[in-house]
Ligand binder design. Structure first.
Ligand code: NDP
Length: 320
């Protein structure tokens, strides 16, 4: 496993990491989640991503229990959580990044994760109703209280990230070190263009999500929706529609000969393509079984095979 610095921070993250969205609580209970985490850890993964809202807190409970049973040295792994949507309906409990919510939310997450601190806490979305100053100061308080080590944003626009960073700089508060954006062959603009200045100017890291576009890029939806797949889960009908987009499926099929030439699977090709971007600090993978984790971790071996010519052919297919 290669480890990359999370932007300008000193934190080193495995370039492939492992997250819990949809899977934990919907597809996996504690023991299956533990098996996937163990397979990832064995491959060198040191970063496990979570969020308060995933399975309404249950993904954190599952990860916390798994971590307890796995008994790894606390200093050997990185755990994150994210706040915004909340778990309750009150005006200060949902869709907010205000100080009151954030200071309460971190305590709930730590309890569910059975941890004294998380390594990374993210503002899961921007909150137009709370001044950025208030959010930055609340994140600073959480870090100063020893409940988190670093903080970042997720799906914030470049201007808001810049504003948060400058407020922190001006008031000597902890700065955001990373963004968590979607990044895959079908979703590139923010990482490749909108954030371009921030890598150099702020030393921004990125922990990118949905590298397979929820599995679409693995080719698993080429012949319909498999019954044991994410898109078949009740409540995820919106995702079922998304992975059956005929123009995207045609592009996935067109990528298959390239994967064959490189002796890898489509999933490995799509993950390696994300890894090729030096502005990506870590690609957060998802998996509902250990065999997928093992397959995905081997994507690293495909990166050196992505020559300029192969990259150009991939570009031509996805941008057609
Ligand atoms: P992917 O796009 O990689 O999708 C993962 C899913 O694809 C798996 O659960 C599995 O689904 C399928 N899959 C994975 N590997 C393979 C394979 N080798 N062959 C076939 N199918 C495969 O990632 P996610 O969408 O899960 O996102 C990764 C992580 O990013 C999340 O867990 C979460 O931590 C984070 N995230 C953050 C968001 C944010 O707003 N900050 C939003 C979304 C995700 P199946 O069960 O169908 O096999």
């Amino acid at each position: 496993m290669n480890y990359r610095r999370l932007g300008r921070s000193g934190l080193k993250v495995s370039e492939l990491s492992f997250g819990s969205w949809v899977t934990y609580g919907n597809q996996l209970g504690e023991s299956a989640a533990r098996e996937c985490m163990a397979a990832a850890f064995d491959a060198g993964v040191n970063f496990f991503d979570n969020a308060e809202v995933y399975a309404k807190g249950n993904a954190e409970s599952i990860m916390g229990e798994a971590l307890k049973r796995l008994g790894w040295r606390r200093s050997s792994y990185i755990v994150s959580t994210k706040f915004f949507w909340g778990l309750n309906d009150g005006p200060n409990e949902r869709n907010t990044l205000n100080r009151k919510y954030l200071l309460q939310a971190i305590d709930g997450s730590l309890e569910r994760l059975q941890l004294d601190y998380v390594d990374l806490v993210y503002c899961h979305r921007p909150d137009p109703d709370t001044p950025i100053e208030e959010t930055v100061a609340a994140l600073h308080s959480i870090i100063e209280a020893g409940k988190a080590t670093y903080w970042g944003t997720s799906e914030w626009d470049a201007a808001d990230i810049m504003a948060a960073w400058q407020i922190a700089e001006r008031h000597q508060l902890h700065k955001p070190v990373t963004e968590q954006p979607q990044y895959n062959l079908f979703h590139r603009d923010r990482v490749e263009h909108e954030y371009a200045r921030l890598y150099e100017d702020l030393g921004l890291g990125t922990t990118t999500w949905s590298p397979l576009a929820s599995g679409l890029l693995s080719g698993k939806y080429n012949d319909g929706v498999p019954a044991d797949s994410r898109a078949a889960i009740k409540g995820y009908e919106w995702l079922g529609e998304r992975v059956q987009d005929s123009s995207k499926l045609a592009k996935v099929r067109a990528l298959a000969p390239i994967a064959r030439e490189l002796s890898c699977t489509l999933a490995q090709l799509a993950l390696a393509w994300c890894l090729k971007n030096p502005h990506v600090s870590t690609v957060i993978t998802g998996a509902s079984r250990p065999s997928q984790v093992k397959e995905n971790m081997q994507a690293q071996q495909v990166v050196p095979k992505l020559s300029p010519d192969v990259m150009a052919r991939i570009d031509a297919i996805v941008s057609a």
